[in-house]
Structure formats: C-alpha cells, structure tokens
Design a protein around this ligand. Structure first.
Ligand SMILES: [Zn+2]
Length: 394
C-alpha cells in the first residue's frame, strides 16, 4: 500500500532542498516526490514539522569490538594499542560480544544509521550482524602475514563465499598492508573479482605503517615478531603503503579506510573512508586529505570505526566531529559523505531521496527557523534522530 509522507523540508542529496512537499513510498521504494497533493497514496504520515533526508551510511565499523568500550586508551604506539587489543578481544565471551553488537547497533540506529559496512573477524558472527536490520556489506576481515598461510586462508574465504546464501552482501577485508602477505592480498583480490564482491582495507593509517612498508622497521615489526606472525623471508616493499597495494593490483574496487598518510598518492585510491572520532581519539596529527580527494572526484565516506578507538558509535557525533576537523569541507558536503558517498562506494541502493532508491529515511524535528537546512543535523542539541525509516518500515 503506498504511503504518502508530508515533510517540512527535504534534503534529497541530489538537488536543492525542497520545502513543504510530499514523498510517496511503496514496498520499501521511493516512488515520487511532489510539491503537494499528487499521487494515489492510501495512507498519509504527517511529518510537516520534520526535515527529512537519506539515512546515514556508516562506511566502516567493527560491531564485534563494541564490548571493548572503555577498555583501551591511545597508547604510545599504534602497535602497542594493537597488542593491548588482541588479548582483551580474545577474552570476550560470546554473550559479551553479542551484547556489544546489539548495543552498538542500537546506538547507530538511534543516531540515524540505516546503511552499514562492518568488518567481521569471525564468520560465526556474520548472520547475527546481517540480521540487525541495516542495509549492509559485511567484510570478512582476514589477517595473515606469513606467505605459507596464504593458500589455506584464501581457501577458507572462498568456502564462505561459495556457501553464502546471498540474503546479505559479503565483502573481503584484508586487514592492512602490514598484516596480510602480498600473496594473500593477490589471492583475495582474485576472489573479489571471481565472486563480484568489494574489497576493503585499513590503509596508510599511521607513520608506523609507513615506516614498516618502506624500511621493514619499527614497532609493527616488533609486534609481528612478538606474536610469531612475522615472515623471515619477507622484504620491505620500500615504497608507500598505497603504492605497494597498487603495485600488486589490489586497489581496484578497494574501499580504503583511514588513509591518513596518502597525501602524495591521492590519485591511486578509488574510494576512501574517513573516521573522524577515531582519528581524534588517537590524536592523529595527519589526517585523510578529504578536501584534496573530493576535489579530485574521489568519493570519501564517513565511518565510526570501533569502540576500541572511539567512545561512542553515535553517528551524529561523527558528522559533528567531521565538521570540526574539516574546516574546508562544507556541511552540505559532509552530509553527502555521510549518505550518498557511503552508499555509492558500498554499492547500496540508498543514500539519495529520488524515485527508484530505497526508502531509508531519517528525520529531525524542526524546532526553529533555519536559514540553511544543511545546518540542522549539526546544530540541533539532540543525539538522536526524531524519525527513522529503513526499507520503508518505521
Ligand atoms: Zn577499523
């Protein structure tokens, strides 16, 4: 049954804001946007005191780590943070992890997230996360630095891709250039093409990664050695992390996350994710050159990352932190990053309000006179959206 929604204002993310109009949706799809009174909807929802816009797309998270909230702090080195994280993560019980996944999902939803890219380290959690109600891409997170482990790991990934029932979308996430061998990267890249799925990785996040890939030295080398995960036959690629991935052909269809050290390599990346609060949590002095990438026509989405490097998964806090960290990026552009660019790079059929797109829509109550509608999601005191519709259901 078609539903007519009256709105006070609408940010379509594909044109100018529309005031005092109506949206018609049916079977989870947006059918039409009209100025008033047209269409043949049978039911009407009056949101004439709301600003509506596409739901947010959280383009990078690890819901499985939510139970690590408040357990870690930014330590002296990034490698030190990883070595603190590993035992805490292994010690989580299934109940703790599931409770964290649910509470993380609730925080995301209440702050307007309808689309999600999540890294899933253990396939046993795929179904639970897929059934949380997001329009999602779940990336199988793979770690394996030793070359002789590559065949076995790639085989395991292929088994999962083969047996996947297609009721949700899978992607492959080689964890990072310092934790996955070149051989395994090539194999995962091959599998992504064979099965038509997206790749994602943490890329050029820290100076420690830059040092390790260039010279084979530093805290990440010690971390791999301490964990008996180093490969004694490995030789440092002697280049930047981005050029290294490019040289092994693994940057096509790659959603690259963080990219703080990418200034000279911007043109080599097709799609990036900026994690504002995680970046701030670590106290990064270099951050993803968002302005430069947007100017080069490269879509940059936003992500929360995990509660191991954030104090909340509230997406409204992310757009507000992006606004603070990116003085040369407009609020209109930040909202595009938070919606359409996330949908575009994850190939999700949402992120814009236009006929044919999915009805993933959020709304904010209009509580004062706004000169610029793009300001409302940033300036409203609320930490929650006032309206939430996913796939036409609210
Ligand atoms: Zn991450």
């Amino acid at each position: 049954m078609p539903l007519r929604i009256k709105f006070g204002a609408l940010l379509t993310q594909c044109g100018e804001p529309i005031e005092n109009g109506e949206l018609v949706i049916e079977d989870g799809n947006i059918l039409e946007i009209s100025s008033s009174g047209k269409g043949s909807a049978e039911a009407t929802l009056d949101l004439s005191d709301h600003l509506l816009m596409p739901g947010f797309v959280n383009a990078h998270s690890h819901l499985g780590l939510t139970a690590l909230a408040n357990k870690l702090s930014p330590s002296k080195s990034f490698a030190g943070w990883i070595s603190d994280l590993i035992p805490l993560n292994s010690a989580l019980s299934n109940e703790e992890r599931m409770k964290g996944i649910r509470s993380g999902a609730d925080d995301m939803k209440s702050s307007g997230v309808t689309g999600l890219a999540d890294y899933v380290a253990d396939p046993v959690w795929l179904k639970s996360i897929a059934e949380l109600g997001f329009r999602s891409v779940l990336f199988l997170e793979i770690i394996g630095f030793q070359k002789d482990k590559a065949d076995g790991l790639a085989k395991e990934v292929e088994e999962i891709l083969k047996s996947h029932d297609a009721s949700w979308t899978l992607g492959i996430a080689p964890h990072a250039p310092y934790s996955v061998s070149a051989k395994l990267l090539r194999q995962l890249d091959h599998l992504s093409k064979k099965y038509g799925c997206l790749l994602s990785t943490h890329l050029a996040e820290t100076d420690e990664e830059v040092q390790f890939i260039d010279k084979g030295e530093g805290p990440l080398l010690s971390l791999l050695k301490d964990r008996q995960a180093f490969d004694e036959n490995w030789q440092a690629p002697a280049t930047t992390p981005t050029r290294y991935l490019k040289s092994i052909g693994a940057l096509n269809d790659m959603v690259a996350v963080h990219c703080n050290y990418i200034e000279e390599d911007v043109d080599k990346v097709q799609a990036a994710v900026f994690c504002p609060k995680s970046t701030q949590w670590f106290g990064r002095t270099k951050v993803l050159p968002v302005r430069k990438m947007l100017d080069a026509g490269i879509p940059v989405a936003l992500g929360t990352d995990s509660m191991a490097s954030n104090d909340s998964l509230n997406f409204l806090e992310e757009i507000r932190m992006a606004d603070k960290l990116l003085p040369d990026v407009s609020r209109k552009e930040i909202l595009t990053m938070a919606t359409w660019f996330g949908a575009e790079i994850l190939r999700l059929p949402c992120g814009k309000i236009m006929p044919g797109k999915k009805a993933d829509i959020i709304g904010f109550r209009i509580n004062s006179n706004w000169k610029n509608w793009y300001d409302l999601p940033f300036d409203t005191p609320t930490q929650r959206v006032d309206f939430y519709m996913a796939d036409g259901k609210f």
